[in-house]
Design a protein around this ligand. Structure first.
Ligand SMILES: C[S@@+](CC[C@H](N)C(=O)[O-])C[C@H]1O[C@@H](n2cnc3c(N)ncnc32)[C@H](O)[C@@H]1O
Length: 239
């Protein structure tokens, strides 16, 4: 197990000490909290890397790989990793302060099966993983981007679903949760668009009745306490 497995990689300042990773392009850093970052947090995030992270080296063995996208304050990431010591869990988050927060907590908890990275998962995933390399992907409460003109910024769209299909091993799963019914329904339409890439493990076009993985995210804890409905989906890669 590598000692600094919870160290975020991909920061421009990490160039040269990130193992085989080589950053080939970055955009100027947009500090969290600025008007530009609030307007579009993805503006400061994209990092593109040339070489693939040697995950076996990172996690000290060939372990099943799982990914969480947009882990926020990290409750799901940390607890899921703690409950499943046999997996390697790679978290992506675009906000620097959250990456640093979760990195500190992972270190405190002694969790060595976590790697946290700062950047736009849509760009980093194809750079860091090969075809059929992932066992599971977790997407909990992705930003809903309410305004009509911002909806194209939503994480879950057709090209993203095709990307996940390519990266997942046969039978690999994607779990999604949202409090926004309309986004949940849009996710169903995107995953179940007739192409047969994914199978809804509950039933066609249905939200899951049970929480597929009981570990709540930070946001979900608040919703559960307040009685806000949460819409959950669990898909398995078909074919
Ligand atoms: C609404 S929050 C949910 C956080 C957490 N999953 C939870 O349930 O508490 C969505 C998070 O996704 C992150 N995010 C949005 N787009 C992303 C992307 N393309 N790649 C990585 N993280 C992203 C945001 O910075 C934000 O922290």
């Amino acid at each position: 197990m590598s000692k600094d497995s919870s160290k975020p990689i991909g920061h421009p300042e990490d160039a040269g000490n990130a193992g085989s990773l080589e950053i080939v392009r970055d955009v100027p850093h947009v500090p969290d909290g600025t008007a530009r970052a609030r307007h579009n947090p993805l503006a400061g995030a994209p990092l593109v890397m040339e070489t693939r992270e040697p995950w076996e080296q990172r996690f000290g063995a060939k372990v099943p790989l799982e990914v969480e996208i947009g882990f926020g304050y990290g409750n799901f990431l940390l607890e899921h990793a703690a409950r499943n010591p046999g997996i390697g869990l790679v978290g992506f988050e675009i906000r620097r302060f959250l990456v640093e927060h979760v990195e500190r907590r992972a270190k405190k908890l002694g969790l060595e099966n976590i790697a946290v990275l700062r950047g736009d998962a849509r760009r980093l995933l194809p750079a860091l993983f090969g075809a059929r390399q992932l066992q599971a992907v977790h997407i909990l409460f992705p930003d809903p981007w309410w305004k009509k003109r911002h909806k194209r910024r939503r994480l879950v769209d057709g090209s993203f679903v095709r990307l996940l299909h390519g990266l997942l091993e046969p039978g690999g799963t994607v779990q999604l949760r949202t409090d926004v019914l309309e986004y949940g329904e849009a996710m169903i339409s995107t995953f179940e668009d007739g192409s047969g890439l994914f199978q809804n493990l509950e039933a066609p076009r249905s939200f899951s009745h049970e929480n597929p993985l009981s570990v709540p995210s930070n946001r979900e804890r608040r919703y559960l306490e307040a009685g806000t409905p949460v819409y959950r989906l669990l898909y398995r890669k078909a074919g």
